[in-house]
Design a protein around this ligand. Structure first.
Ligand code: GDP
Length: 505
């Protein structure tokens, strides 16, 4: 009805002043009060016009894009809608245009950042604890290490950074937000249990991120440990041990008894050297937020991982929609430090609000820029959540594939396949491969047997994949997460005695 009304001639009589020539730049979410003068009109003109279209707005309310466009059309103006703070945002991005990264002389080796993954109960937490207690230099605070989300150890005078949250869920959640904060994955496989579903998931997550994997065959102290059998199962997943002529580094460990830890650390340094991990330690810092919370006494506390540059006390920081002058920097041993270089995890105090895990942080040239960028991001977040499309900017999906093909580009459709049994998984993969064309390739980010899980959603979100389920269906929680992450799930039921396939959503 409202739609129809808006089609009919309106009573609106525009005031006579001519509208400015050429496109008019307007910030999204402007109010009538801010928007109207740019078109040589008063706020009341806008409010009245929209009212006649059946839209109730006040002079100070944020207008939707369509509302502004409708009014612009009415008065014959051409609009360019930009996101608020875009200008400052662009200035800040330009400061980190990576041009200095091309300068070899500025690059220096940096510690590798390691995430431990593997099936539940295979010993990830025990391994992290053991590495920490055996290798962290005791700090002044009585040698008690702080759990801040990551820690560093020293081996052969070199540093290694470990992310303190084991598993691939957090890893892919960070990746889904654009934060690739892992250089090497240690895949823990218990020798008494072998390759299990989450082992395979972890491999898929690490591969999707193109991160090298070191295999730690753990629990070798157990009576029923079978290293050879475990290794053949690992090899079946495409990780062929070096001893067998492949290129996967394997270390045998007992996290509980502290066996093989030194070997593991040494191998990590070897991989780090091969990967030639470097960063420019000079200049303004940027990096990612690992975790953040509100501390009663200290205010917002964020653990960040420095990517490049050196973070210093007093720096004006923007982290997501939070900003602030860095008041204090605390390392993983609870010591206050003045600065932090590449790959070091530190807690930062002084932010105006609590950023989200996975948010990028950057050091702005001054407080004003930091504040403007953060404020405009906060405003944008509010707007987007009001409109219920908080993640609208994200996602290259099926529709985009068609646009890409039309533009003559090769498109890759990322797929995550889950099926009830191994047979149907293979059959489905085969059929999908046959459907591949010159212009459309299918990439399988993960294939697995079993129901569609929350981990599948995070992996799909991180890789822009569409999930296809055969004879398996996601439960309500998983569907909700998929909706929030804008991950498309298609489920099919395959009847083995006919080719009938029914699509269900
Ligand atoms: P996570 O779920 O992968 O983090 O596994 P945990 O580190 O919590 O370990 C699960 C259980 O296995 C715990 O009871 C550990 O004590 C035990 N465990 C871990 N590593 C070893 C090991 O090398 N040998 C033996 N015998 N037990 C281990």
């Amino acid at each position: 009805m409202e739609q129809l009304q808006s089609m009919q001639p309106t009573q609106y009589v525009p005031s006579n002043a001519p509208v400015p020539d050429g496109p008019i730049v307007v910030e999204r979410g402007s109010s009538a009060q801010e928007f109207a003068p740019k078109l040589n009109r008063g706020a009341a003109d806008v409010v009245r016009f929209l009212l006649e279209q059946g839209e109730m707005v006040t002079a100070t309310m944020s207008l939707a894009d369509e509302q502004m466009e409708l009014f612009a059309m009415e008065v014959g103006a051409e609009l360019i809608l930009v996101d608020p703070g875009q200008q400052e945002e662009m200035e800040l991005q330009a400061l980190f245009d990576d041009s200095d990264d091309a300068d070899e002389a500025q690059q220096a080796p940096r510690p590798p950042i390691v995430t431990i993954m593997g099936h539940v109960d295979h010993g990830k937490t025990t391994l992290l604890d053991k590495i920490r207690s055996a290798n962290v230099v005791a700090g002044e605070a009585g040698g008690i290490t702080q759990h801040i989300g990551a820690y560093q150890v020293t081996k052969n005078d070199k540093l290694i950074t470990f992310i303190d949250t084991p598993g691939h869920a957090a890893f892919s959640k960070m990746r889904a937000r654009g934060a690739g904060v892992t250089d090497i994955v240690v895949l823990v496989v218990a020798a008494d249990d072998g390759v299990m579903p989450q082992t395979i998931e972890a491999i898929s997550h690490a591969r999707a991120a193109d991160v090298p994997i070191i295999v730690a065959v753990n629990k070798i102290d157990k009576e029923n440990a079978d290293v050879q059998r475990t290794l053949s199962a690992v090899a079946e997943q495409g990780l062929i041990p070096e001893a067998w002529g492949g290129d996967t580094i394997v270390v045998e460990t007992s996290a509980q008894q502290g066996l093989g830890i030194d070997d593991l650390l040494e191998q990590l340094l070897v991989v780090a050297e091969v990967e030639e991990l470097t960063a420019n330690p000079n200049g303004r810092a940027k990096g990612f937020v690992l975790e953040a919370q509100l501390d009663v006494g200290r205010g917002p506390v964020a653990t960040v991982l420095v990517d490049k540059g050196t973070l210093k006390v007093g720096d004006p920081m923007v982290a997501g929609a939070a900003w602030g002058r860095v008041r204090a920097i605390i390392n993983d041993r609870g010591e206050q430090v003045k600065e932090a270089g590449p790959s070091s995890p530190v807690q930062v105090l002084g932010l105006s609000a609590v950023p989200q895990a996975g948010d990028e942080f950057r050091i702005a040239p001054d407080d004003r820029t930091a504040r403007t960028v953060a404020d405009s991001r906060a405003q944008r977040q509010r707007l987007l959540s009001q409109r219920g499309d908080a993640r609208a900017q994200k996602g290259v999906k099926l529709e985009d594939i068609f646009t890409q093909i039309q533009a003559g580009e090769t498109a890759t459709l990322n797929l995550l396949i889950k099926a009830d049994v191994h047979g149907s998984l293979e059959a489905v993969t085969e059929s999908l491969r046959k459907l591949e064309r010159e212009e459309v390739k299918a990439a399988f980010v993960h294939r697995g047997v079993g129901s569609i899980t929350e981990n599948d959603i995070t992996l799909a979100a991180a890789t822009n994949a569409t999930i296809i389920g055969f004879n398996v269906r996601p439960d309500r929680k998983v569907r909700e997460l998929a909706e929030a992450e804008q991950v498309e799930i298609r489920t099919y039921e395959v009847f083995t005695n006919s080719s009938k396939t029914s699509k269900k959503r």
